[in-house]
Structure formats: structure tokens, C-alpha cells
Design a protein around this ligand. Structure first.
Ligand SMILES: [Ca+2]
Ligand SMILES: [Ca+2]
Ligand SMILES: [Ca+2]
Ligand SMILES: [Ca+2]
Length: 245
């Protein structure tokens, strides 16, 4: 049973290869997972994905100046693998780009998407341009075929692109919200949501909010993943929310 709720997890900085410095530990809180999980540094870009491809729970990770550290767990993460991919100025964005069940590295540079199908150093397996360099970049499985494809968010409007390059756009939320993506109902299709203050507005149909959840502190970055759940069946089939600070 992996229901390890509310435990403080102190991971030695050495586990992720951190030199001594002024940055504090990054702290993750997961609404349906674990609380006060520390992994990485506050200056790292937090990421979540199914790095081990077990189709079950997601694992935490961070990207630091083009170096990726992928954790073993969402609750007690140590580093299972690390590698360099992309530049320090890139926006890291992992996803399952080939539909094999494992999430792997990707970055957006300007509006160039450079996606890799393994968590190893190397060149991109897939590259294209989409969106504007000032957009917020997201990815998800919009059609449920197992392959993640891009989205961008621009001032309250989502632009979702499918595998064939067709783009759907719609407004949701406010221009001051933080956009997120997840499979909130566990049907295999990712949909959008936003974080506004302490509230998460989660839509299952990219139109109306199916669920509004207050969680965490206003101002904290959102995280999304299959972290487990408080429900009796302990289902890992759907995404839940958390915060990172
Ligand atoms: Ca996993
Ligand atoms: Ca994959
Ligand atoms: Ca897809
Ligand atoms: Ca869904």
C-alpha cells in the first residue's frame, strides 16, 4: 500500500547531484498523494511524468539548466536517471510523444518543439514549430490515442493541436489564470483546467468546469499527475492536482 499521506520526506540534496548553494529545496504537495515531498531545488523547473512507463503512478522530476533529473516516485523520490537535453534557456516539457507509455524529454525553444523519445542525451526525434515564444506551452493526449501532442495557452485561450496538425481553439478561464492539463475523469483523454488563486477549475469537456477544488496556497505553481488518491479504490487511473514551491 502506497498511501503515504502527510509524511515529510527529506531527500538529501546529494541525491540529485546538487552542489551546496543558496537555493532552497523544492517542496511538492499532492492533494491525493503525499505532502511536503522535497525533490530538487526551488530554482529548478518541476516536471511530472511516467518515467518508468509502468502505466501506473507518475514520478516527480526537475530540470536544471538543461539537465534532467527523473525521480523514482511521487512520494519518496530519489533520482533514477539523469541526463542532459536542451539548453538552459529552453522550456522543458515532457510527454509521451510516441505512445509507448513512457514519458520522455521535450523542450520548446522559441516556438520550436524539440521532442525526444527516450530519456537519454541526444538529438530530437521530432521537431516542429507551434505557437509563439511568449505562449505557455502544454501537452496532452487530446484524442485518447496514447500520444501526447502540443497545446499553447495565450491570454485565456487554449490552442490544442492533434497528431495531424489540426488545431482547436477555445477560451476557458481568465487571462490571469495558470493553465493546466490532465485526465481528471480517467477516461484516457486529457482536458484542460486552470488554477486561480487557491482554486483549481477542472474541465472534462474543455468547456465547463466539472470540478472546482480549493487546494494549497494562492501563488504556488500547480502540478498535475497520477499521484494516487484518497478514494477507497485507490485508483491511479486519473490525474490529480498539487502545488510546487
Ligand atoms: Ca510510473
Ligand atoms: Ca514515449
Ligand atoms: Ca493523442
Ligand atoms: Ca479525461
Amino acid at each position: 500500500m502506497r498511501r503515504r499521506i502527510g509524511m515529510t520526506v527529506l531527500i538529501a540534496a546529494a541525491l540529485v547531484g546538487i552542489a551546496a548553494g543558496p537555493a532552497s529545496a523544492r517542496t511538492w504537495n499532492e492533494r491525493e498523494g503525499c505532502s511536503d515531498v522535497t525533490y530538487g531545488l526551488s530554482t529548478d523547473t518541476p516536471i511530472v511524468g511516467d518515467w518508468n512507463g509502468d502505466g501506473s503512478f507518475d514520478e516527480l522530476g526537475v530540470v536544471r539548466s538543461g539537465h534532467w533529473y527523473l525521480g523514482t516516485d511521487y512520494c519518496f523520490p530519489s533520482t533514477q536517471t539523469s541526463f542532459g537535453y536542451g539548453l538552459a534557456s529552453d522550456k522543458p516539457l515532457p510527454g509521451d510523444w510516441n505512445g509507448d507509455g513512457t514519458d520522455t524529454a521535450g523542450v520548446v525553444r522559441g516556438n520550436q518543439w524539440l521532442l525526444r523519445n527516450s530519456n537519454t542525451p541526444g538529438s530530437s526525434n521530432l521537431s516542429f514549430s507551434f505557437g509563439r515564444s511568449t505562449d505557455v506551452f502544454l501537452a496532452g493526449d487530446w484524442d485518447g490515442d496514447g500520444v501526447d501532442t502540443p497545446a499553447v495557452w495565450r491570454s485565456g485561450v487554449f490552442y490544442l493541436r492533434d497528431g495531424a496538425g489540426v488545431v482547436r481553439s477555445f477560451g476557458y478561464g481568465r487571462s490571469t489564470d495558470i493553465p493546466i492539463v490532465g485526465d481528471w475523469d480517467g477516461n484516457g483523454i486529457d482536458t484542460i483546467g486552470v488554477k486561480r488563486g487557491q482554486a483549481f477549475y477542472l474541465s472534462d469537456n474543455n468547456s465547463t468546469a466539472a470540478l472546482v477544488i480549493g487546494y494549497g496556497l494562492s501563488g504556488l505553481a500547480p502540478s498535475v499527475g497520477k499521484f494516487g488518491t484518497f478514494s477507497s479504490d485507490f485508483s491511479h487511473a486519473r490525474d490529480s492536482v498539487g502545488t510546487v514551491q
